[in-house]
Design a protein around this ligand. Structure first.
Ligand SMILES: [Zn+2]
Ligand SMILES: [Zn+2]
Length: 134
């Protein structure tokens, strides 16, 4: 599936080809901190199937629990996270941050990973009182 996306300020734009079956939610500690949220949603690209069409992301390299290095790409202006990718690996499979994808409403997650570190209230989200806006 062809997708496109951008950061919040619009300095970074990209196009990618993804497999909608590889859309997921990650509850690992790194994703919680790096996203500033309780979990991260992402979709995996097909091999080498992401191109930046505007701007150059800033890269922060994190060391995963496994010792592997992962490049975290984000906008140096507005801070939106765009993707992560294993340093050095070829071909590159990009974990694209779903919130930046224009077609994100068509990419329902198909699984949860790192559920051992999920926040305990995640399962109750649907029970919270709702407001349609603020
Ligand atoms: Zn930006
Ligand atoms: Zn994670």
């Amino acid at each position: 599936m062809k997708i496109d996306g951008s950061c919040h300020c619009g300095e970074l734009r990209y196009q990618a080809d993804v497999d909608p079956a590889h859309s997921m939610v990650c509850h690992c500690n790194d994703c919680q901190v790096l996203s500033g949220s309780a979990f991260r949603s992402l979709v995996l690209s097909l091999p080498d199937a992401l191109v930046m069409t505007a701007g150059t992301p800033k890269i922060y390299v994190k060391t995963a629990e496994s010792g592997n290095l992962r490049e975290q790409a984000f906008c140096g202006n507005c801070g939106s996270p765009i993707y992560s990718v294993a340093a050095g690996d070829e071909p590159k499979v990009y974990a694209i941050r779903l919130g930046t994808v224009a077609q994100r409403d068509q990419l329902d997650p198909t699984r949860s990973i790192w559920s051992q570190s999920a926040q305990s209230w995640i399962g109750h989200l649907g029970d919270l009182p709702r407001s349609t806006e603020q």
